[in-house]
Ligand binder design. Structure first.
Ligand SMILES: *Cc1c(COP(=O)(O)O)cnc(C)c1O
Ligand SMILES: [Zn+2]
Length: 414
């Protein structure tokens, strides 16, 4: 029995379930939300107690749906750096800007927060095998976190998954199934296999505990800002589990009195695939879209957690922004050049959205913003090189180097 959790409640029909370890969707097909006992949490968690906790996502145990006896998972997940970026803020015309580099998690994406939760819950359920389908990062993070815990994995990825992510999967020893098809088809095959063999299900929109892991990113941001919240929080959106988790974490903190202001969410999607943002912009139910973007981690035409994501964006009075692949790659270069942060395309889509809103005058000199970089650029080096170009290349000859500098107009003084 989880002392800090009351139940799991369907976001569609309101039906309540006991929060057992292998919970999946409601019988109506709706997604479940974990409902906490905030009075219990308030009695057991203070800002002061946090100070002596380990620098991982498990420092927020009282706000997480795990048994007191469940051990922390082995890899160091969470407590990624939150950098204040005054130069980039000035360039964009913002009052303050912070970049949360969540690509610095053990397998290099925010997904580690959900996968560590999956490993913890699989342990509670007594499961020895975990499975998932993923555009790449959920897969590699599950493979890594499960390997560290000694669990076996079956992982379904669409054939377009970038090499960096596939290399991680193979190295972590997962059973990898590369599905000849898009993410939608990949998800369907994983579902059939999970039903057939009864593996523990790490599919984020099916397993209600996973976005509870993801919410630790916003709890961390709050703690790192000494509980003083920014006006806006920007994040990229695919299935919608991350933005829903971010909002849940903020609402949890508000409910227990740790913060007194809720930021507005900026939901960033790709111009070539933005079913969630379109539903908000047109105030209509979401509809499937093609998956036309190089930001593979958010190329999700059939979002699996649209209900929770749409609720989060609406409740926060959020802003939806679609950015082109060119704008995404420009943001990748901008973050690299001004901040030394290297994000994968989907990782920097939130920052691309912030830049666009600044250019449109929606955000400006009175606004404070946190932009979350959700995955590391080394995941997908092909696109980075394509956009930034190759370096100059020459033999061991100083005269040629001088010539090349002159040709390119490169100054050798600061
Ligand atoms: C998965 C992912 C996202 C989006 O998260 P969803 O829960 O699918 O909305 C964004 N960026 C990166 C790098 C991801 O791996
Ligand atoms: Zn239901």
């Amino acid at each position: 029995m989880l002392k800090n959790v009351k139940c799991a409640r369907c976001v569609k029909c309101g039906k309540e379930y006991e929060a057992t370890a292998n919970l999946t969707n409601c019988s109506c097909g709706g997604i479940l939300d974990i409902i906490y006992d905030y009075d219990y949490i308030k009695k057991n968690l203070t800002k002061e107690t946090l100070k002596s906790r380990p620098n991982t996502m498990w420092r927020y145990r009282e706000l997480l749906p795990v048994e007191e006896t469940t051990p922390d998972t082995p890899l160091r997940v969470g407590w990624s750096p939150l950098y204040e970026e005054p130069r980039l803020a000035k360039q964009l015309g913002l009052k303050k800007l912070w970049v949360k580099d969540d690509g610095q998690n053990p397998t290099a994406s925010l997904k580690d927060r959900a996968s560590a939760m999956a490993v913890a819950k699989a342990g509670e359920a007594g499961a020895k095998i975990i499975a998932c389908s993923s555009t790449g990062n959920a897969a590699s993070s599950l493979a890594g976190n499960a390997a560290a815990a000694g669990l076996k994995t079956f992982i379904f990825v669409p054939e377009r998954a970038p090499k960096g992510k596939v290399a991680q999967l193979m190295t972590f020893g997962a059973n990898v199934i590369s599905v000849k098809g898009n993410y939608e088809e990949t998800f369907e095959l994983s579902k059939k296999a999970i039903d057939k063999w009864g593996w523990y299900n790490r599919n984020a929109a099916i397993n209600p505990y996973l976005s509870e892991g993801k919410k630790t990113v916003s709890i961390e941001i709050a703690e790192q800002l000494d509980w003083k919240m920014p006006d806006y929080l920007a994040i990229s959106v695919g299935d919608g589990c991350t933005i829903a988790g971010v909002w849940k974490g903020l609402k949890d903190l508000y409910a227990i009195g740790f913060i007194d202001k809720l930021p507005r969410l900026i939901s960033a999607q790709a111009e070539g695939c933005h079913p969630i943002n379109r539903a908000i912009a047109e105030n209509k139910p979401w509809e499937p879209m093609e998956e036309n973007t190089l930001a593979d981690s958010i190329a999700v035409g059939v979002p699996r957690n649209a209900d929770k994501a749409l609720m989060a964006i609406r409740e926060s009075n959020g802003i939806v922004v679609n950015v082109t692949d060119e704008e995404i790659m420009a943001a990748q270069k901008l973050l690299g050049t001004t901040c030394g942060v290297f994000g994968e395309p989907a990782g920097v889509t939130g920052t691309a959205a912030v830049k666009k809103l600044c250019e449109q005058g929606v955000l400006g000199a009175n606004d404070t913003v946190v932009s979350v970089v959700t995955g590391n650029g080394l995941k997908d080096v092909a696109n980075a090189i394509k956009f930034c170009g190759e370096p100059m290349s020459l033999p061991n000859d100083l005269d040629l180097l001088v010539e090349e500098f002159a040709k390119r107009g490169i100054k050798t003084e600061a």
